[in-house]
Design a protein around this ligand. Structure first.
Ligand code: ADP
Length: 490
């Protein structure tokens, strides 16, 4: 797959520390696989605690000069990085499809989405402003400065190998912070290609450091990042259980944490909805990235009066999705990331069927595609709260549709979860739109749309879906500390 690269130099297999490419001290490496074929794509440096400490030291050394630059100077360097990423879109997408599996057009879309955070925060770098309070003392003046929090760390997942990194690195850099990134072990190649382009853009050494490790060493790397008193901020996107571990590990140093954790998004179709639009939104929300995003719908609730029409149309559309290798033309759903992901999806389907769900389309893997990681887009009708899929995030291409009868009931069902990331509903009634939007306990609500995320919007969850917001004018605040100056003797 990687022989398609127009510039093979973007393919890196060492970590990037202090502006240079680094191997593990013991020479260890780990294999990165193409999930579609199981083919080994590269052997990547397998770093641990000691190398992570070196990366933290590099970030600490780079901090004073980076912080001292004006916002505009940082913005110009970031803009150069953005331009290089945009120019390398095709190659970055090839690397991403190879290691992550998503269809090539979707990978190109992610490159643009990922780059948009760099563009956005480069612009925001120039707009970090303090404040002057009206003093209640006639002889004192009160001023607030915004200053970079310091050395930051990020731990990121495999489902968006570029965007989950830029969404953290860009606001940190814009604020004047330096950063150490630990990408997911499944998708380090996209992260390293980003580092190569940052290097070419002239971003000073130590400002961005990428530390790679396999699943076992990722734990040691995570510990080193959490335990370091130098690291002042940890940003994590991943599962809720790992988020809890990291939060606990950050407690002894009282680190500021930003967590983007699991979701369990409800998607409600009211009886006054435009059903065709709801089906279109449902397909976009559910089957994008083979259902492997934290904002993917996990529970569909359709009103009893339109239930049959909605599930019928949804199943028909889902059955039209072309599944295959992400490099093949016309494919809109690739493989799942690994065998564990496949096992969880199959367990959710089997459990639902055993508890009375009706299988309307899909239901198993598609054979003849090389590996058994290709799950047919699945729609299950007659879902009930007793099913696993009603409580747990599936992270796969399975839509479970529940029937409801009234607004209060469905809002209660939608909120009956410890998660609170994204939610969606379709209605044309303005009163209902306001009522339901206000009552949903979620950080994000899509109303008459299944796609909500971009760099201008504050992305994040409530309850056990996380802490903090990424993107938007608010995203940079995470990386800034306020300092209050009280100036007397006036
Ligand atoms: P997913 O289910 O999406 O793989 P995880 O939460 O397991 O989500 O992984 C997200 C990221 O967290 C990856 O970069 C992974 O290596 C890292 N990770 C997983 N477990 C730990 C841990 N105990 N400490 C530090 N990082 C971890």
């Amino acid at each position: 797959a990687l022989s398609r690269l127009s510039e093979p130099a973007l393919l890196k297999s060492q970590s990037y520390i202090d502006g240079t490419w680094a191997s593990a001290a013991d020479g260890a490496t780990f294999a990165v696989h193409d999930p579609a074929t199981n083919q080994v794509l590269a052997q990547v440096a397998n770093l641990g605690q000691a190398e992570t400490a070196q990366a933290i030291t590099a970030a600490e050394a780079a901090l004073p000069a980076w912080r001292a630059k004006t916002g505009k100077e940082r913005a110009n360097l970031m803009r150069r990085w953005f331009d290089l990423i945009t120019a390398a879109t095709d190659d970055l997408a090839i690397i991403m499809t190879a290691e992550q599996g998503k269809p090539l057009p979707e990978a190109k879309g992610e490159v643009a989405y990922g780059a948009s955070f760099i563009e956005w925060f480069a612009e925001e770098a120039k707009r970090v402003s303090g404040d002057v309070m009206s003093s209640t003392w006639s002889d004192k003046r009160m001023v607030v400065l915004k200053q970079p929090i310091g050395v930051c760390a990020s731990i990121t997942p495999w489902n968006f190998p570029i965007a989950m990194i830029t969404r953290k690195v860009a606001p940190a850099m814009a604020a004047g912070c330096t950063i150490v990134v630990k990408p997911a072990e499944q998708t380090p190649l996209s992260a390293l290609a980003l580092a190569e382009l940052a290097h070419r853009a002239g971003i000073p050494k130590g400002v961005i450091n990428i530390v790679t490790g396999d699943s076992e060493r990722s734990i040691a790397i995570g510990k080193a990042l959490c335990e370091s008193p130098v690291v002042r901020h940890l940003s994590f996107t991943g599962s809720t259980p790992v988020g809890r571990i990291l939060m606990e590990q950050c407690a002894p140093t009282v680190k500021k944490v930003a967590l983007e954790l699991g979701g369990h998004a409800p998607f409600i179709v009211f009886d006054d909805a435009d059903i065709d639009a709801a089906v279109e939104g449902a397909i976009a929300s559910k089957y994008r990235n083979a259902g492997q995003t934290c904002v993917c719908t996990n529970r569909f609730y359709a009103h009893a009066d339109i239930y049959d029409e909605f599930v019928g149309k949804l199943a028909a559309k889902a059955a039209e999705i072309t599944v295959g290798n992400g490099f093949d033309t016309g494919v809109s759903q690739g493989p799942l990331i690994d065998d564990q992901a496949v096992a969880k999806v199959k367990q959710h389907i089997a459990d639902a069927q055993a508890k009375g769900a009706t299988l309307l389309t899909g239901g198993s893997e598609i054979t003849g595609l090389g590996t058994d990681r290709f799950i047919a887009p699945t729609v299950l009708g007659n879902a009930t709260p007793a099913m696993l899929i009603a409580r747990e995030e599936t992270f796969g291409p399975v839509a479970a549709v529940f029937k409801f009868h009234d607004e209060a009931e469905v809002v209660r069902l939608a909120n009956d979860t410890e998660f609170g990331l994204a939610s969606y509903f379709y209605s044309r009634d303005i009163g209902r739109i306001w009522r339901v939007a206000e009552q949903l306990e979620y950080g994000m609500v899509g109303i008459n749309t299944g796609l909500i995320s971009n760099e201008v919007a504050p992305f994040g969850g409530v309850k056990q879906s996380g802490l903090g917001r990424e993107g938007s004018v608010y995203g940079i605040d995470e990386y800034l500390e306020m300092k209050y100056l009280c100036m007397g003797g006036i």
